[in-house]
Design a protein around this ligand. Sequence first.
Ligand SMILES: NC(=O)C1=CN([C@@H]2O[C@H](COP(=O)(O)OP(=O)(O)OC[C@H]3O[C@@H](n4cnc5c(N)ncnc54)[C@H](O)[C@@H]3O)[C@@H](O)[C@H]2O)C=CC1
Ligand SMILES: O=C(O)CCC(=O)C(=O)O
Length: 450
Amino acid sequence: MSPEALRKNLQVVFDTVLRRNPGQPEFHQAVHEVFESLGPVFAQHPEYIEGAILDRIIEPERQIIFRVPWIDDAGRVRVNRGYRVEFNSALGPYKGGLRFHPTVYSGIIKFLGFEQVFKNSLTGLAMGGGKGGADFDPHGKSDNEVMRFSQSFMTELSRHIGQYTDVPAGDIGVGGREIGYMFGQYKRLTNRFEAGVLTGKGLTWGGSLVRTEATGYGLVHFVCEMLKMKDQEIDGKTIAISGSGNVAIFAIEKAQQLGGKPITISDSSGYVVDRDGIDLDLLKRVKLEERGRVADYAALRPGAHFVSGGSVWDVPVQIALPCATQNEINREQAATLVKNGVQLVAEGANMPSTPEAIVTFQDAGVLFGPAKAANAGGVATSGLEMQQNAARDSWTFDHAATRLEQIMHDIHSSCLEAADRYGSPGDYQLGANAAGFVKVADAMLDQGVV
Ligand SMILES: NC(=O)C1=CN([C@@H]2O[C@H](COP(=O)(O)OP(=O)(O)OC[C@H]3O[C@@H](n4cnc5c(N)ncnc54)[C@H](O)[C@@H]3O)[C@@H](O)[C@H]2O)C=CC1
Ligand SMILES: O=C(O)CCC(=O)C(=O)O
């Protein structure tokens, strides 16, 4: 197929995405970003066009939307909307997190599910891709309210999931507490202790050591691999991190263990600069025990200051690790980071950089580690949790941590190999998309038109 015919084919499929998914810009963005990388892949693999892989891969295998009624502490009936998008099962059971956040709607869940398909493929483990969640805001809710909501959410979700079907986990707003309530309800509804139905479980009832830390640790391992290619180390480098949740906290922990110096955290109300380096014990206390805000951290930490509003990306650093949410770095913020001398950006959050921000980094020669590859350590360790559950085993911390580090090393190599093979040496974005896509596409061809 000529390059022109190929371009037209991609455009026709993308037009279908726009037509079938109106008003869902995040999903359009995620699909467009992958399509941009696939020209050279199709040039080498015309069988993917003939097999209509693209036409199929953009359509979720199943989308479930449901009512989640629950009763708040005042006795009032409340109603939220729940989602599970089972995107692609070519490589294994659907796998991906659940997000509880007021901004959740179909477009967010679909973009996350689409990304998850390729990310899970990159891990080398047998996992398809899916994502779910609800427009429920856990902030300001009591434990009992979160429990009643999680139980009601699981009452419907339980019909659609299972260790061989679909295995949810956490994401924004869903951590160990929520997974516990959901697992309890699933067990009660099914009368089965089916450990492999959810990951991110408590350590005494089927959870894996290192799953809590895995996304942040994996991100830093990926950064170290990127730096190694330039004969550099993380030791001594200043780091800006956004967010202050699961991914941010454990990225800070691993970076500090390796001598890096994270100096920022943020949440939706603003950011904190702590030039002496983030005090991790204090951060864990404020965020994980007290469920506080970053302003509370600044109030307790001499020398740190809280900036209300503004952008954490104004702070001059050598490495930037966005770990909060989608589209949190736009073109101007990327340009500020570049102007201030950033050398490396790696995405802990899903799709945190807008397309214009990515181009800004790439044009400036900044090393750019895309989310699909850089934050895959979380879901990879979920895959390791599923392995332990299947074997009724539980590994030591060191064993799970070593497996995680090896997987991140392998993902890094796969990205660079694919970037070479498809004509853009050193381009992690193209490499991640191409390597993730090819495995899923081959499996889909093997499995026929389904
Ligand atoms: N938890 C996991 O294993 C994985 C999470 N991710 C992604 O990492 C990101 C963070 O997730 P988690 O840390 O798990 O969630 P979390 O709920 O533990 O933390 C989210 C953090 O982001 C902050 N945040 C949310 N919206 C914000 C905004 N508009 N501006 C600034 N800060 C904001 C919150 O205040 C919170 O500190 C998300 O994009 C998620 O999809 C990616 C891979 C795996
Ligand atoms: O561990 C999992 O299954 C989910 C992780 C996740 O949601 C993600 O990679 O974005």
